[in-house]
Design a protein around this ligand. Structure first.
Ligand code: NAD
Length: 259
């Protein structure tokens, strides 16, 4: 078990990649705090972990609310005695053409994907620094942060921002032996992409499901990414094997970028 005795927070742990990472972390011996706006969903995953003999709690979290963010870190300390790993996974995306992008769309994606990541990283880092035993932060970026897309301006920009923030936070926390790295997934089969598919279908005059099928065809490894596909990298980056790695963003995308 590669995370034995570690205490981890996973934001957006109720479904998709956050759920898969939480389950895997628990299998690797970590105690997991599942923090999500969808408290019921987070509780279901926590029960799943406990049912399999692992340790987990669920907390309600909107990453935009600094009080709730602090409450999430406090819960990790109260229930498990500290904090070693933060996974900034909670994120949102909308497919909106450049000319139709509104201030509300922009703020929605940047407030959750970027500002929320800042609040969570600050609160977690303060706790890790106070403990004095280092730590790991893993950020969920995206292939969308590596390039622009005509229909995806704000989301692409927010994920490019995550890649940049990943570097700055890594440099700020390096003196405290806190490693900060990111994963850039490709097209992952989660509820997120089901919604993205519907939005693409409407804009491109396609049937629902067709955008997904079309985009999958260009993935070099020949299949859609599953949430479990990111868990190996998420464990590695949270483990002592990554003690000399920081500031990096790793593509876990079946070779989809660049393509
Ligand atoms: N699915 C993909 O193809 C894909 C690709 C690249 C990157 N990503 C990124 O990976 C991460 C996870 O994606 P996913 O596909 O598993 O998403 P998902 O929509 O399936 O799950 C996201 C979770 O985050 C929670 N959440 C949303 N806003 C929140 C907030 N303000 N505060 C707390 N929790 C909140 C949701 O309730 C949900 O449980 C996101 O950051 C996403 O941008 C997704």
């Amino acid at each position: 078990m590669r995370l034995n005795g570690k205490i981890a927070i996973v934001t957006g742990g109720a479904q998709g990649m956050g759920r898969a990472i939480s389950l895997r972390y628990a299998q690797e011996g970590a105690s997991v705090v599942l923090a999500d706006m969808n408290l019921q969903g987070a509780e279901t995953v926590a029960e799943e972990i406990k049912g399999a003999g692992g340790k987990a709690i669920a907390v309600a979290l909107d990453v935009r609310d600094q009080n709730q963010v602090q409450g999430m870190v406090d819960a990790a300390v109260e229930h498990f005695g500290g904090l070693d790993i933060l996974v900034n996974n909670a994120g949102v995306g909308k497919i909106i053409p450049f000319l139709e992008t509104t201030e509300a769309d922009w703020n929605f994606m940047f407030d959750i994907n970027c500002k929320g990541l800042l609040w969570c990283s600050q609160a977690a880092a303060r706790q890790m620094i106070a403990q004095g035993r280092g730590g790991k932060i893993v950020n969920l970026a995206s292939q969308a942060g590596r390039r622009g897309e005509a229909l995806v301006l704000a989301y692409c920009a927010s994920k490019a921002c995550v890649i940049s923030m990943n570097q700055s936070i890594a440099l700020a926390l390096a003196p405290h032996k806190i490693n900060v790295n990111a994963i850039a997934p490709g097209i992952v089969d989660t509820p997120f992409w089901d919604e993205v598919d519907k939005q693409f279908a409407k804009l491109l005059n396609m049937e629902v499901g067709e955008p997904k099928r079309t985009f999958i065809q260009s993935i070099p490894l020949g299949r859609i990414e599953q949430p479990e596909d990111v868990t190996g990298a998420a464990v590695f980056l949270a483990s002592s094997d990554a003690d000399y790695i920081t500031q990096q963003t790793f593509n876990v995308d079946g070779g989809n970028w660049p393509s």
